[in-house]
Design a protein around this ligand. Structure first.
Ligand code: NAP
Length: 462
């Protein structure tokens, strides 16, 4: 990035900050939107108010505020958004031009709201259970009230904190003549919840990496009542709480999307712009790849580019498993790819590709995948492939490809009058899509498998 005299600065204030993902999210958005804005972490150990005053003098455009300052920061603001004030927590500061200071917002609850909307989860008339009564729980309980939950239970280790939160938010909503039933309990009183089909938010830090086998409530009976379980933890991707929900018949979600959306909404407030969906999708994909890196290798490219032969050898050399996606589909369907195309149609085949990618993403590690030539051409598949591992585009010229495959009879796309011309045209159309879907391009014109494997392994070592 080109930092110059016009570069604007946004900061993150908290303590500690070592594991934050926010700089990654915001700097990636700036990069994709070509905005001259940088986002930096500022560790504040003592004087929060002084840090904010200094930031204002230094023309800092805005801040994110994280643990332990989301509540304390309110005293240093010149203005506060009404929702943030009702929640009692602020995570975003926006420079106010006329008031000589910053206005505070809470984008955590807005980020959660956007995730729930996207995942088609409605809280209306539902019984909501919130495990925890800290900063995140405040946003969850507030949103549940706004979205029309019929009853909300707050369960917490320290009962008095659950009680305080229940009292405060009951008061907020009764002041608006919108009366809410919010019941505080201790964790061991979960059996007082008589309702079924619960929506449960796990909003404590229990179960977070590296202590991934820890769980707040262990009894199966509790999980059998859960229809939807949402963990405020996103690392690991599939928490123990989520596993318990799923094993007992419920649907489970983590909240990496909430994290991203609270960031996007802050970014929009600071820069007075709308972040387009394509940018959000790109950042989300990169975020997942950073947080949950996978050790699979994916080979993409045109037919005849060497995906299967290189893949097989590479797997042996690296002591990995090998899957050829076309062979996998042929076995699954009990017929050849040509027959699937002619008997069931291309659309049916593409749906199969999509569904096996979902499955591989859940289950596969330490595997080399050689993919069908058309698989990465669909943007959804391309994202799933990048999630699955590091993607290598094996590239050869149309002449080389033609020479390699001209005598093969099992390629439905070559059953035409002028196969070379067809290869040439298809490759022209596909090249940019393969490039976009890959992390790195490897030239395979020389057709030297060992050389290709060496290039792949050299890249992975880096
Ligand atoms: P917080 O204000 O420190 O609150 C922590 C909560 O967890 C309190 O209710 C605390 O109970 C409880 N707790 C902590 N350790 C416990 C233990 N060993 N046993 C039982 N209960 C325990 O933290 P927070 O800001 O609410 O964050 C909670 C979680 O949400 C964190 O994992 C955080 O990363 C996550 N979060 C995610 C997002 C997102 O965008 N996805 C946003 C915000 C937060 P006591 O009251 O008894 O201390």
């Amino acid at each position: 990035m080109n930092i110059n005299g016009k570069t604007k600065l946004i900061g993150l204030i908290g303590n500690p900050l070592e594991h934050t993902l926010s700089p990654f999210i915001h700097n990636k958005i700036s990069q994709l939107l070509n905005q001259n804005v940088i986002y930096l972490p500022f560790l504040v150990e003592n004087d929060l108010d002084l840090a904010i005053k200094g930031g204002f003098e230094l023309q800092v455009l805005g801040f994110n505020i994280t643990i332990p300052y989301k509540n304390q920061i309110i005293q240093s603001l010149v203005d506060i958004d009404s929702s943030a004030s009702e929640i009692g927590a602020v995570n975003t500061l926006v420079r106010s031009k006329d008031k000589k200071g910053y206005k505070g917002y809470n984008t955590d609850f807005l980020g959660l709201k956007r995730q729930l909307f996207e995942d088609s989860i409605s809280l209306k008339d539902k019984t909501v259970v919130v495990l925890g009564a800290g900063g995140a729980s405040k946003a969850v309980v507030y949103l549940s009230c706004l979205e029309g939950a019929s009853k909300i239970y707050i369960l917490n280790r320290t009962f008095s904190n659950a009680e305080k939160l229940a009292t405060k938010l009951s008061q907020v909503f009764s002041n608006k003549n919108d009366y809410k039933t919010i019941i505080p309990l201790s964790f061991n009183e979960y059996d007082k919840i008589v309702e079924n089909h619960l929506v449960v938010f796990q909003a404590t830090s229990v179960g977070m990496f590296p202590n991934i086998s820890n769980l707040i409530i262990k009894e199966k009976m509790f999980y059998q009542k859960i229809e939807i379980g949402i963990d405020l933890i996103y690392n690991p991707a599939n928490t123990k709480f989520m596993k318990m929900v799923e094993e007992n018949g419920g649907k489970a979600y983590n909240t990496l999307k909430m994290l991203l959306y609270q960031g996007v909404i802050s970014y929009e407030l600071w820069n007075d712009i709308r972040v387009p969906k394509e940018v959000i999708d790109d950042v989300f994909l990169e975020l997942k790849r950073n947080l949950y890196p996978k050790d699979n290798i994916i080979l993409i490219g045109f037919m005849g580019s060497g995906k299967s032969s290189v893949g097989r050898e590479l797997a042996i050399k690296n002591n990995m498993k090998f899957i050829d996606t076309d062979t996998y589909i042929e076995k699954m369907e009990g017929m050849s790819i040509s027959d699937i195309f002619s008997k069931k149609g291309e659309k049916y085949f593409r749906n199969l590709e999509r569904s096996i990618l979902d499955k591989f993403n859940e289950l596969s590690t330490n595997t080399v995948f050689a993919t069908g030539g058309g698989m990465p051409l669909h943007s959804e598949n391309a994202s799933l492939l990048k999630e699955l591992g590091t993607v290598f585009y094996l590239k050869a010229s149309s002449k080389v490809i033609y020479e390699r495959i001209r005598y093969s009879h099992h390629r439905p796309l070559l059953h035409c009058k002028e196969p070379y011309q067809k290869i040439y045209n298809l490759m022209n159309n596909r090249n940019s899509l393969y490039e976009k879907a890959s992390d790195v391009m490897i030239d395979t014109n020389e057709n030297n498998i060992n050389e290709t494997i060496k290039k792949i392994n050299d890249y992975l070592k880096k």
